[in-house]
Design a protein around this ligand. Structure first.
Ligand SMILES: Cc1cc2nc3c(=O)[nH]c(=O)nc-3n(C[C@H](O)[C@H](O)[C@H](O)COP(=O)(O)O)c2cc1C
Length: 197
């Protein structure tokens, strides 16, 4: 297969949940946001709002609310999310569902639009691939609304002036991977998932 930069990022990107405390640079953040803004969107409506939070206290509080509102099926010896970068389903001691990531971007989209989740997911993938190409780790966090489901979360939504009718679809965590960690390996791909005629 011919070398291709996009394919390289696709193959190399992994969910990172153990972050260096150092913040990513403004230039890196801008590029990652640009990647999200240029993602496809249903009907070309560009409905996704990217709320960037680099306030550690707020990120920690929201991550803890999210953890408290999550009831993940806990991992077993054979069924786990990641041994190298454990998720909250792998390790009950993890109390912050945002894993202390220095940058947390919440993707908001209209509540009454059929393609809101799709729009956020494609934007997030663009951002994760670009992040990987810059040496930045990322993790997709689903069910974004659960981070705001308490009075502090509601206060944050008002402070951020999220328009009425929008909801938090997901979060994208960003930060440099810890230097001491080995880059995680992809799990083997399940077979027989392609059907060809
Ligand atoms: C829709 C979706 C929701 C996810 N939600 C979470 C989450 O809440 N917490 C988490 O730690 N990882 C979450 N992930 C990351 C997955 O756990 C991760 O992508 C998966 O284990 C495969 O690992 P890889 O990304 O390194 O290939 C989510 C991924 C997707 C696509």
């Amino acid at each position: 297969m011919k070398e291709n930069e996009v394919m390289k990022a696709i193959m190399h990107r992994r969910a990172i949940r153990r972050f260096d405390p150092a913040q990513i640079t403004e230039e890196e953040l801008e590029q990652i946001l640009q990647a999200g803004m240029y993602a496809p969107s249903a009907g070309g409506r560009q409905g996704v709002i990217f709320a960037v939070c680099q306030n550690r206290e707020a990120n920690e509080k929201l991550g803890k609310i999210k953890r408290a509102n999550s009831n993940p099926r806990m991992a077993t010896g054979t069924n786990f999310v990641s041994k190298e970068q454990p998720s909250i389903a792998d390790d009950p001691k993890l109390i912050n569902a945002f894993y202390d990531a220095p940058t947390v971007i919440t993707l908001f989209a209209p509540r009454n639009f059929l393609f809101s989740v799709d729009d956020c997911a494609v934007a997030a993938e663009n951002m994760m691939l670009l992040a990987d190409s810059l040496g930045i780790g990322s993790c997709y966090i689903g069910q974004g609304w659960t981070a705001f489901a308490d009075p502090y979360g509601q206060e944050i939504l008002r402070k951020w002036e999220i328009p009425d009718g929008y909801y938090a679809v997901m979060q994208l965590l960003l930060g440099y991977p810890r230097k001491e960690d080995r880059h995680p390996a992809a799990k083997p791909r399940k077979e027989k998932r392609v059907i060809r005629f």
